[in-house]
Design a protein. Structure first.
Length: 342
């Protein structure tokens, strides 16, 4: 099996050379070229035909985001963005990037090498399997009219990973203030979840925030698990749902974990819940979704034709955890249909 051909676009010479040296240590990776700015990158894409490109957001002569908007329509290529803590990364994902990593603030060479090996390498390998054609499909909005949900003691739980930031937006933009309380785990580095929540809050009809322990789960509101080293669980306290954010070890390689959330929803809400698993690599959330279904909840999985990475939904489907497999654009309609029958 031939190695994944990688093009690095990075204006810092020191960081660029560090990326080349460490990525090339993995036999599954071959760095075929580097570029300092988007104009060099365009020529390198034509010359080297890479499988994946890493891209800094801040570049000379043209921003990484503007480059993405011009590049992806002409050269559909999986791109992993390397970004400092900034909400610009979500513009990059909207422009067609598959995923991102948080650029380390560490200054030691060892810390930077650990970041490349433990984070960036994983993202590159996942990106190499992504379906770029499915990224832009997420921007489509149906704005369908739905019958209002009458029961207000229900819970909607959503889990996603690679490609999930745009997939979640595509789904929740269709929800109105009548939607039951939503709890979400999207695999994301610490710091970015708060910015993501604000972004969704600005673009959706529902209210969205990064979750804190004790936050109530109520209609028309969505709580996103904070990235970092804590899990989010649903609890039922004195007849009302609320969340608990608590430190814990990684589950399925993730913290927060979709499985941890879904299993808590199965326990706390039982049949009064809907579980939705969206695009992402790996199997996080599959067992938890099965636990939800076994507890009487209704479950939905995104189908292969619209996933950027058909990993998590596939594992869930193969386990028998998915009752309704839907295209991304049909998930809001299916969600409302289920809720109106509960």
């Amino acid at each position: 099996m031939r190695p994944i051909r990688v093009l690095i676009v990075e204006d810092s010479l020191v960081f660029r050379e560090l990326l080349v040296q460490n990525l090339n240590k993995d036999p599954a990776i071959q760095v075929v070229g580097t570029a300092e700015d988007p104009f060099e990158a365009r020529d390198a894409i034509l010359a080297y035909k890479p499988d994946v490109m890493t891209l800094d957001v801040e570049l000379p002569r043209m921003s990484g985001i503007e480059f993405l908007r011009k590049l992806i329509p002409q050269y559909p290529l999986p791109v992993v963005v390397i970004s400092s803590l900034s909400d610009k990364v979500f513009d990059a994902l909207n422009a067609g990037a598959v995923d991102f990593v948080a650029k380390p603030v560490a200054t030691s060479k060892l810390q930077l090498e650990n970041f490349i090996r433990n984070e960036l390498l994983v993202k590159i390998k996942i990106a190499s399997t992504a379906k770029i054609s499915n990224i832009k499909k997420m921007a489509m909005s149906n704005e369908e009219q739905h019958l209002p949900v009458k029961k207000n003691d229900l819970v909607v739980a959503i889990g996603a990973s690679t490609g999930g930031t745009e997939a979640i937006l595509a789904v929740v933009k269709e929800f109105g203030a009548d939607i039951p309380g939503i709890v979400v785990v999207q695999h994301m580095p610490p710091g970015f979840t708060q910015m993501y929540a604000k972004r969704l809050n600005d673009q959706c009809r529902i209210q969205v925030k990064e979750a804190e322990t004790g936050d109530r789960v109520k209609p028309g509101h969505m709580l996103i698990a904070p990235g970092g080293d804590r899990h989010m669980r649903l609890l039922k306290v004195n007849g009302t749902y609320q969340v608990e954010i608590k430190s814990g070890p990684k589950v399925n390689g993730h913290c927060p974990s979709v499985d941890v959330l879904f299993e808590s929803v199965a326990k706390a809400a039982g049949p009064d819940a809907v579980g939705i698993i969206l695009t992402g690599m790996g199997g996080d959330g599959a067992k938890g979704l099965l636990a939800m279904r076994n507890a009487g909840a209704k479950t939905i999985g995104q189908d292969e034709s619209t996933c950027v990475v058909y990993g998590m939904p596939k594992v869930a489907y193969d386990l028998g955890a998915v009752q309704h497999q839907e295209k991304l654009s049909d998930i809001p309609r299916r969600t409302y249909s289920i809720l109106n029958k509960m």
